[in-house]
Design a protein around this ligand. Sequence first.
Ligand code: ADP
Length: 212
Amino acid sequence: MSPIELNKRQEEILQIVKGNGPITGEQIADRLNLTRATLRPDLAILTMAGFLDARPRVGYFYSGKKPGQDITDTMNNMKVKDFQSIPVVVREDVSVYDAISQMFLDDVGTLFVVDKNSCLAGVLSRKDLLRTSLGNQDLNAIPVHIIMTRMPNITYCLRNDSLIQAANRLINQQIDALPVVEEQPEGYKVVGRLTKTNITRAFLSLSENHEL
Ligand code: ADP
């Protein structure tokens, strides 16, 4: 949201409400030697922009929020669990060929690899599989654990992490997806998948709740 430039009178109103709120429109008008009607558009702008809150029969008070604060609050409250997708996992010993087939079947860009305890062992991206396919090798004979990015080098998130934290990890690590995991004694259980698409969906959901 672009910063809103207030005119001199709006600045004055803001100072009066900051120092004296809650205060009625009539009282503000008195202090400025103006009529209530003259002030009405300024009060409307200050309220709509989020500088002031108005309560019937109480008056105006300073919201303490910067314009755009509501949307920031909403974003900080978005959780991974509200936007995550179902994970697609393969075992460590499946072949690169089968992993490629799985990626097409489930229409995902990232596969998570699990060990015999069903715990997170690695990640396979599209380019990991493409790179292996470029060589003159038998893709049926290469198990994915040879080519995957493996623990402990996996960046992950938890269901209750904020979406902002997860988005930061995706950007900082330059990756497309994070496994959503649950910590258990034997390792990390994969309970979800958080991708750039999920972040885009969350971004769109903001426009449903707010006039941007
Ligand atoms: P692509 O390789 O198709 O561009 P990514 O950008 O997601 O897809 O992956 C880049 C590299 O990072 C790959 O080698 C992949 O194995 C690895 N990678 C992908 N996701 C993760 C993750 N969550 N944690 C650690 N490494 C990852």
